[in-house]
Design a binder for this molecule. Structure first.
Ligand code: ZN
Length: 148
C-alpha cells in the first residue's frame, strides 16, 4: 500500500504515540469491536455528560491503520457534542467510501485526512473504520440509554 509520505508519517506518529489510549475507569458505555479480516480489536470506553463526549478512551491491538485511525478518532470526538461527533463520523465514513476520489475536509477531519489514501484499498477500509464504528455504537447506546 502506497500512501503519501507526509501522510504516512502522520499515521506512524499516531501509531507510535496513540492519543487517549488506555481505558479510563469511568464510563457510560463500553463496547468491544473486532475486524476479523485483519485481526484488529478495540475496546472503547465512552463517557457522556448529557449530550457531550466528556471522555473517550480505548485500548486495542492491530495494524498501524486501525491503531492510528482510533487515535485520530478519539482526539477528534473528545469534548464534542454527539451531533458534532456524528458529523465528523459522517465525513470520515464518506471519505472511506470514496475509493480514492476524495481527499477529505481537513477542517473537519484534521489528521484524519492522512487516511484518505486508505479508501483506495477496500481491505484496509475496515481497519480505518474500526475505531469509528466502535465509537458510533457506544454513542448510540449512550444516547439511547440517557433518554430512558
Ligand atoms: Zn487492520
Amino acid at each position: 500500500m502506497e500512501l503519501d509520505s507526509l501522510y504516512q508519517e502522520v499515521i506512524l506518529d499516531h501509531y507510535k504515540h496513540p492519543l487517549h489510549k488506555g481505558l479510563s475507569e469511568d464510563k457510560t458505555v463500553q463496547v468491544h469491536h473486532v475486524n476479523p479480516s485483519c485481526g484488529d480489536e478495540i475496546t472503547l470506553n465512552l463517557q457522556l455528560d448529557g449530550d457531550r463526549v466528556s471522555d473517550v478512551t480505548w485500548d486495542g491491538v492491530g495494524c498501524s491503520i486501525s491503531q492510528a485511525s482510533s487515535s485520530i478518532m478519539s482526539d477528534l470526538v473528545h469534548g464534542k457534542t454527539l451531533s458534532e461527533a456524528f458529523l465528523i463520523l459522517d465525513s470520515f465514513s464518506e471519505l472511506m467510501a470514496s475509493k480514492g476520489a476524495l481527499s477529505g475536509d481537513e477542517e473537519i477531519l484534521e489528521d484524519g485526512v492522512a487516511l484518505a489514501g486508505v479508501s483506495k484499498f477496500p481491505a484496509r477500509v475496515k481497519c480505518a473504520l474500526l475505531g469509528w464504528m466502535a465509537f458510533k455504537d457506544a454513542a448510540l447506546q449512550g444516547r439511547d440509554g440517557a433518554k430512558k
